[in-house]
Write a protein that binds this ligand. Structure first.
Ligand SMILES: [Zn+2]
Length: 80
């Protein structure tokens, strides 16, 4: 599925609302057609919500890097 790299790259900003309207539209469009990116998006969104609900600060960069790796691995599995 093309565009996954871009979608994954911006999905974090998409959730954080730190993205331009044009990019938002692109991500939204991609998420509609790409189940693996929807999975990454939902996972990240829930993670953020849990962190917010816990009233804690942002997760550590190391933790986020780990999550990102897991997501990228999951996406790679389908397209080898
Ligand atoms: Zn995708």
């Amino acid at each position: 599925m093309s565009g996954c790299e871009t979608a994954v790259e911006y999905v974090y900003q998409y959730i954080d609302d730190e993205i331009t309207v044009r990019r938002r539209a692109r991500i939204k469009w991609h998420l509609r057609r790409c189940p693996s990116c929807v999975g990454a998006y939902e996972f990240e969104k829930q993670l953020k919500q849990r962190v917010a609900a816990a009233g804690k600060a942002q997760p550590s960069p190391e933790f986020l890097a780990q999550i990102r790796e897991i997501v990228e691995q999951a996406q790679g599995e389908g397209s080898s």
